[in-house]
Write a new protein. Sequence first.
Length: 136
Amino acid sequence: MEWVNLNETIEKYFGPFCDDKVRTDFMQAATADTKSSDKTDKEWIISTYNSIFGKKSRIISGAVSKKYNTVLKSFSRDELERAMKAAKEDDFHKANNYKYCTLEYFSRVDQVDKWLNASVETKREQFVLPKFNIKQ
């Protein structure tokens, strides 16, 4: 990978006084940062999705990965995880065995927002009128 902007910035601030070791250290640090942040997000998304839905997904396609970049700009990892858990509690998804809860489904900003704002209804037993021992 060419680091044109990084090289220009190093030249701008250090000029001819920057030795090759310093330049190499900057390049290695920048490369490590870009690789680790991208890989970590994908791995985290896949492992979280698999653990919540009991699936065995292994990869995210390039198009879906770009969509997740947009989602992660708008929502935190915690919010994405809460949205997945809220969708898992939905009766429709339970009835269909989570067929529609795919990695692509949660890469859409509108779906994440929808499930973050969805409240899980707690089923309450209906009030039962107490029976009194009264002669009729």
